[in-house]
Design a protein. Structure first.
Ligand code: ADP
Ligand code: MG
Length: 285
């Protein structure tokens, strides 16, 4: 704990503060989530434990890297040390474009989309390693993000996008046990959640589609003043057209990811295959 010099506060999370810190051993700048666990109920404490456990398993250039955690029992604080993302989050980019009346270029949208897709692919198809290394039989663990939205996609110092904030995600074993409660953003809530209230990988795909749409149109695909009227629009799946500047290929991906029937939506694997290799800007490095 003494190894981290506290610097300025960079964000306010639902659990506490996010602070910039300097690791004294090598002067590296990191981010620290500071959580006062006295004010937490059991559900919130469980969410936190699950966030930490999930982060520990995820090592990917497009996922916010978790380094360490420690507990200060005297002050009832839990600290999570993670990669510092100096570029802010995608919501501020969307807001800036809207304010200035500029659309993002098609290539910027592909640049963002391929990275978020690869992060989500790692969650859905990656391999849990912490428990299974000993017997060498890597168990396939599916991680649902459950809260994909512009505020939870950060820009790292390496100029890469990072999917973060796994506070509400759940681990899902592949026996199709479905996480039952929904706690995410209503704007990106999927149709199956309105009717059946269960969540699986295809609901993350829906949110990914909403995010891709919002990057293009600078507003979410479904908007309403009340939650019931939002639910009607989502269930009908009627999407206002994208600005005409964007390609048919982008329109096709959005249409596919926003299919009302989750079975008709592509998986991250299928999305990666659907994309023309020239669109994968991350591979050009
Ligand atoms: P919450 O669970 O309340 O949504 P987040 O983990 O999303 O909390 O953090 C809240 C905000 O703090 C983010 O939207 C982002 O602006 C900032 N933030 C969080 N983590 C980092 C980080 N590793 N580097 C830089 N900024 C961060
Ligand atoms: Mg968040």
């Amino acid at each position: 704990m003494d190894n981290y010099e506290p610097l300025e506060i960079i964000g306010t999370g639902s659990f506490g503060l996010i602070r910039k810190v300097r690791r004294k051993s090598d002067s590296r700048i990191l981010a620290r989530k500071e959580i006062d666990y006295r004010r937490m109920n059991d559900k919130e404490r469980n969410q936190l434990v699950s966030e930490v456990n999930i982060l520990r398993e995820l090592k990917h250039p497009n996922i916010v890297r978790y380094y360490d955690r420690y507990i200060d029992n005297t002050n009832c604080m839990i600290y999570i040390i993670m990669e510092y993302c100096e570029g802010g989050d995608l919501s501020s980019i969307i807001k800036k474009c809207r304010k200035e009346g500029n659309y993002l270029s098609e290539s910027t949208i592909w640049f963002f989309f391929t990275q978020i897709l690869q992060a989500l692919h790692e969650c859905h198809y990656g391999y849990g390693n912490s428990k299974c290394d000993s017997d060498h039989s890597q168990q396939h663990i599916t991680i649902l993000h459950r809260d994909i939205k512009p505020e939870n996609v950060l820009l790292g110092s390496d100029n890469k996008l990072k999917l973060g904030d796994f506070g509400l995600s759940r681990k899902l074993n592949l026996d199709r046990e479905l996480a039952q409660t929904y706690v995410g953003t209503p704007y990106y809530m999927s149709p199956e959640l309105i009717t059946e209230s269960h969540y699986d990988t295809k609901s993350d795909i829906w949110s990914l589609g909403c995010l891709l749409y919002e990057l293009c149109a600078l507003q979410p695909p479904f908007q309403a003043k009340s939650q019931p009227s939002l639910a009607i629009k989502i269930s009908a799946g009627m999407i206002p057209p994208l600005p005409s500047r964007y390609s048919e290929e982008l329109n096709n991906i959005i249409r596919a990811t926003l299919m009302v029937d989750p079975n008709k939506r592509p998986t991250t694997m299928e999305l990666l295959k659907m994309m023309h290799p020239s669109r994968d800007i991350t591979r050009r490095e």
